[in-house]
Design a protein around this ligand. Structure first.
Ligand SMILES: Cc1cc2nc3c(=O)[nH]c(=O)nc-3n(C[C@H](O)[C@H](O)[C@H](O)COP(=O)(O)OP(=O)(O)OC[C@H]3O[C@@H](n4cnc5c(N)ncnc54)[C@H](O)[C@@H]3O)c2cc1C
Length: 534
């Protein structure tokens, strides 16, 4: 082991949360080093040309409404550091029935007109929902992304809720999305938009929490769109890295941290796989909770309540993601008019409910609910003109929890054969909505739970959100009740700043920002002279 290098703070992991935390600490004048296990920074915000040199594929995440809505990200002014956003002609589409489409446009009147054409009255219902959101949306996003309890944002949210209908609106938001869709809309299209958006997290669609999440994602789509970084997801990471290094921060890649050193009950630094040690009185861990608590930090160094809480910690499901390099645009049946960037594939809300129930009970679904992305449609730089960089992902049970396959083909080992068979099942769903899709496939890549985790240790078993998003592990319960929705871990100097912390998964940087604020507060170093940021 070499002698320790001293820093004010060490950030473990260069995902969006780690990089937001690093930027904020560097803004405060701290000397910060980020240690990243992989050879490229970004965590689940990266792109590659592995499939075909002319095609950029986002390896993991792709659409960033949360980044443009969250103050943690917007306050960094990443546009000044090279980031540019692009939008597809329409935000989101959901084909259903016989060539019909539910389409979310950035113009609410267009969305409403489309819904109304499918079922008279649904346009007005959509516009009513938008007006409610106008009153509560901004403080609600602020409240959800603040440390718990969100006192200031909560104080702004309450009058908005009162003006938007008070308890009636609160009850609506607490309604499971499957019922909410039926309450609000006469036809299937509005309900599909809400339910598909709720399906981005792992709520059962008949559970409380699914409604508010479906409304949140739908209304973000309506107000800020589902933007993508020009050039690929990596461009968002590059802007975070550029800003940080301009402040004097350093990122070391290929530097997996294997141990957080705790002496006399407080953090003193970390050790990497190569035996390098780094000293600091603050460590922000952009690390999944099951990897941090008990692995990087031994149970003997953790508060007993955290150790107990982690015994009940629940991961979210696994994931299979397929990328395609297509020789032409996806030949969707029925013309959605303006082409959407994101397309959801499920026949009905009932089918989605059943599929998610299969996943929750350990069964590989026979009719997987697909989230897909038309990336060249969203950003023309992603592949040559006339082609499409396309992906789809879906959730499957955690490998360790897989009990069977409703389609009788997948063993649950998620080896090469399992992945190819399951990718064929996913592709067949697309083919049914876009006849001729298969003939456009130039190349295909399948990333299953094991491949995702190998490329990013936080994606444990392919879990994309650092732990279930269901209510029993949200807000004050995240990641364990002992932490009360805050970043402080109970070990002085150690802060949890990953998606496992409140407010959970998604590229909003709020967990990292909360950790950085907690570190700054704990060390009362806010008075240090600030360096110029630009
Ligand atoms: C397939 C997929 C699709 C998604 N789609 C979207 C989307 O479209 N929009 C959206 O908002 N969100 C999406 N998400 C979720 C989102 O990407 C994550 O919630 C978000 O990236 C979490 O950020 P993070 O910084 O907490 O962790 P991560 O982005 O996972 O980064 C963690 C980093 O820490 C590093 N690390 C871990 N352990 C160590 C260690 N011991 N030493 C050193 N480094 C370590 C990892 O290598 C990684 O670089 C998606 C996720 C996946 C996997």
């Amino acid at each position: 082991m070499t002698a320790g290098r001293r820093h004010d703070a060490i950030v473990i992991g260069a995902g969006p949360n780690g990089l937001v935390a690093a930027n904020m600490l560097a803004d405060a004048g701290w000397d910060v080093v980020v240690l990243e296990a992989q050879s490229t920074p970004g965590g689940a915000v990266r792109s590659d040309r592995e499939l075909h040199p002319d095609f950029v594929h986002d390896t993991f995440s792709a659409f960033y409404p949360l980044a443009v809505a969250s103050r943690a990200m917007t306050s960094l002014r990443l546009e000044d550091h090279g980031l540019a956003w692009e939008h597809a002609p329409a935000v989101l589409g959901h084909p259903f029935g016989d060539g019909q489409w539910a389409v979310l446009h950035r113009d609410r009147d267009l969305t409403a007109a489309g819904l109304d054409a499918l079922h008279a009255g649904d346009g007005d219902a959509w516009l009513d929902l938008c007006r409610t959101w106008d009153r509560i949306g901004e403080p609600m996003v602020d409240a959800l992304t603040s440390p718990f309890p969100p006192v200031r944002a909560g104080a702004r949210l309450l009058p908005g809720l009162a003006r938007a209908g008070g308890l009636d609106t609160v009850r609506r938001l607490a309604t499971p999305v499957s019922s909410l869709g039926r309450e609000l809309f006469g036809g299937p299209a509005g309900a599909l938009l809400l339910a598909g958006n709720a399906g981005h997290a792992d709520f059962p669609l008949d559970s409380p929490g699914s409604g508010v999440f479906g409304v949140l994602m739908s209304m973000l789509g309506q107000t800020v769109g589902f933007p993508v970084p020009r050039g690929g997801a990596q461009a968002l990471t590059d802007a975070l890295v550029t800003r940080f290094t301009r402040l004097g921060g350093r990122i070391e890649t290929d530097a997996p941290v294997t141990r957080v050193v705790v002496r006399d009950g407080a953090v003193t630094g970390v050790v990497t796989r190569d035996g390098e040690s780094y000293d600091a009185r603050v460590v922000v861990a952009d690390v999944a909770a099951p990897r941090l608590f008990g692995e990087l930090v031994g149970e003997e160094d953790l508060p007993a309540r955290v150790v107990r809480g982690m015994r009940d910690f629940e991961l979210d499901p696994g994931t299979v993601k397929v990328d395609w390099a297509l020789t032409g645009p996806v030949p969707w049946a029925g013309n959605p008019g303006a082409a959407p960037g994101t397309v959801h594939i499920a026949d009905s809300v009932e089918e989605m409910t059943q599929t998610l129930a299969q996943v929750a009970s350990g069964v590989v679904p026979d009719r997987p609910f697909l989230l897909t992305g038309q990336m060249t449609t969203s950003d023309s730089t992603r592949s040559p003109s006339g082609t499409e960089s396309f992906w789809a992902y879906t959730h499957v049970p955690q490998p360790s929890a897989t009990r069977g396959d409703a389609g009788d083909e997948v063993t649950g080992r998620w080896d090469h054969d399992d992945l190819e068979r399951f990718a064929d099942r996913m592709q067949a769903r697309i083919e049914a909505r876009a006849p001729g899709f298969g003939s456009l496939v130039g190349a295909r890549r399948v990333l299953g739970p094991h491949e995702l985790e190998a490329r990013n240790a936080n994606l444990v078993g392919g879990a994309v959100n650092g732990g279930t998003s269901q209510l029993h592990q949200e807000l004050v319960f995240r990641p364990v009740p002992a932490m009360r929705g805050r970043a402080a871990t109970g070990v002085p100097g150690l802060f949890l700043g990953s998606a496992s912390a409140h407010p959970g998964g998604g590229v909003h940087g709020a967990a990292g920002a909360n950790a950085a604020r907690a570190a700054l507060w704990q060390h009362r170093l806010r008075a240090l002279p600030r360096r110029r940021t630009r």
